[in-house]
Design a protein around this ligand. Sequence first.
Ligand code: FES
Length: 69
Amino acid sequence: TLLDVVVNNDLDIDGYGACEGTLTCSTCHVVLKQPDYDRLPEEAGDEERDMLDLAYGLTDTSRLGCQIT
Ligand code: FES
């Protein structure tokens, strides 16, 4: 997942991925460019959409990084 990329590369993004991908936070919120969003193989599931509703600055191309594979 995108969260794995951040963790495995020791990227210092304060607080990113606080729940380690268990869909209980929205700290991994990312806003994608439309073409990138359209290329994702899967749409957000119900649990991801519920957490996205709590994300700051939600957009039409928002996703949770821990759910992007
Ligand atoms: Fe918490 Fe993605 S890391 S929802």
